[in-house]
Design a protein around this ligand. Sequence first.
Ligand code: NAP
Ligand code: ZN
Length: 396
Amino acid sequence: MRMSSDPKTLVHQSPCSHAVAWEQSDFSHPIELNQCLTTTLRRKTMTMNILGYATHSPTDDLAPHRFERRQPRANDVVIDILYCGVCHSDIHSARNDWRSANYPLVPGHEIIGRVISVGADVTRFKTGDHVGVGCMVDSCQHCSACEQGLEQYCEEGSTYTYNSIGRHDHMPTYGGYSEKIVVSDKFVLKIPDGLDLAGAAPLLCAGITTWSPLRHWKVGKSSKVGVVGLGGLGHMALKLGKAMGVEMTLFTRSPNKVQDAHRLGANNIVLSTDAKQMATASGQLDLIIDTVSYVHDVNLYIPTLAMGGTLVLVGYLGDLDPMLNSAPLVMSRKSVAGSLIGGIAETQEMLDYCGQYGITSDIEVIRIQDINAAYERILKSDVKYRFVIDMASLAT
Ligand code: NAP
Ligand code: ZN
């Protein structure tokens, strides 16, 4: 365990349940300390030791790492992980781009696996089922957002698949670059029969993150939708939009992606670095899904919105630079919005839709041992269009 002067950081950095128990108590009484130690001992004997890949600092490579997961509760599903997609968020998290990383950090939130056991209260899943786990493994379940099935906006904060603290056992959560995961049945998704399992993994994040704005802004056959950036999220937006019969326009910096973009579902392709091409798209789009991962000039895309149109940021978190000019928004009632993944019911809806229309991600399957090289390729926009880890490689 790495030491820190900040007790909260110390707690979060430690995978050990003893440290977590310290957070719960001020140890003002010896009996409390005894209870804590008893609890710690009990927890120690009631955890599962799991092999995964973790990073221990923003600059470390990912490497093999053993950690503890909770022993399953009555409403838990235990999943043998078969595949895990590699999202750009994994890189942001591993490298602490969002200043919230707790180490050791095991990334991975595009998880496909096979159920190996279920708790006594689980009725929706059985041993052998193919299931998915996305970016969340829990939420408060009683706030207004959760009641609307929008667990991603849980007012108490949803529990993420990795880099969170479990709300019941207070143990750190670790992601899908690992052999097994234990998840409450409410946050486990059914994978429709017939979908390629490796290709379905990215649906759990890239798929739902682009599906949710398409649904929220009520996109239909007569809509015109733009996508900024052809990466993991961007290519799923094109595929989903195409299946919905939407006219899709891709904005890309990469001329070498033009041919693929047509195949993936783009009706129009605009090189965002070419002002003339940008002008041809003026006033066209009802919705733009902007998937760019880093700070960029959002003002460039506002003229391509039709009156009343919305540009929804899903990629970049932070201050915009250059700043957003409000004049074109005011003059044509345009909006700039944001969107985070999607709720559990909405994720199942998207998976069922993909099952019905045979939609999966375009993937490059890799071994876990190649994960660090894969991160470098993603940073160069050199992936077509999602890496998926074959988790069987963990045992080799
Ligand atoms: P990705 O595969 O790396 O794709 C991002 C694409 O954006 C690149 O392929 C590139 O496309 C374009 N791009 C990258 N850097 C750029 C820059 N500096 N300027 C302009 N364009 C740039 O990443 P991803 O996995 O799709 O994720 C995209 C972002 O969404 C990440 O920041 C991730 O953390 C975030 N994310 C958000 C949510 C959410 O719920 N809101 C969920 C998942 C991921 P071209 O080569 O075509 O230009
Ligand atoms: Zn993701």
